[in-house]
Design a protein around this ligand. Sequence first.
Ligand code: OGA
Ligand code: MN
Length: 220
Amino acid sequence: ASPGGGLGPEAEADPALLRASSPELARRLRGLALVRGGFVSEGEAAELLREVEPGLRRGRYQRDHWDRAITGYRETERGLRGGAGRALLLRVTPAFPARRPPRPSAHVLDLLPGGRVGPHVDSVKFCGCTIAGVSLLSPSVLRLQSLRDPQDWLELLLEPGSLYVLRGAARYEFTHEILPDEQSFFGGLRVPRGRRVALIFRNDPPGENPQPPRDPPGTV
Ligand code: OGA
Ligand code: MN
């Protein structure tokens, strides 16, 4: 893995973009909850939006969802066939274990300014050990809270163009949520919510369709 720029469990979150309820918790989730600003450039972001908008426009904004406490959203699951989408899939793949790469289709979630994703843990039936999300358009705050010790929390500031990665304990032992506008603060910093589009990558749960290990980069 490349030092500093890597996305594996050794990677460091950008400290300006992460707040923790305690230094101990920050240490415990080091490498497991990761945030990286400027992961995609403004040009790439514009291209990605052009590629996913037609798929999003086919759906209507929904008020809520049967399984997640989510409001004011529309979503689609789509293969990334455009150049920017394919390039992004390749760039997030190092965040995943080699034998558990991301599924080739991304979950595209379009949240209205008044929308929220309430606290939840992604289904262990449909989602494996790693979740990686790229945020476009509006900044937002991703909040993690321990299922066992609710006083333990983490906040990630998701700026447009940023990447976050949740894995291991951060994925299984904490809920995550996108704060609604009226609660959208990163510490004392108000983070006003506009429309936000997220491209979320997940892998398969263990036990089904294990992938053969990938060839190392540079292999022909
Ligand atoms: C989800 C989710 C977070 C995000 O859809 O399961 O947690 O970044 N979304 O929008
Ligand atoms: Mn989720």
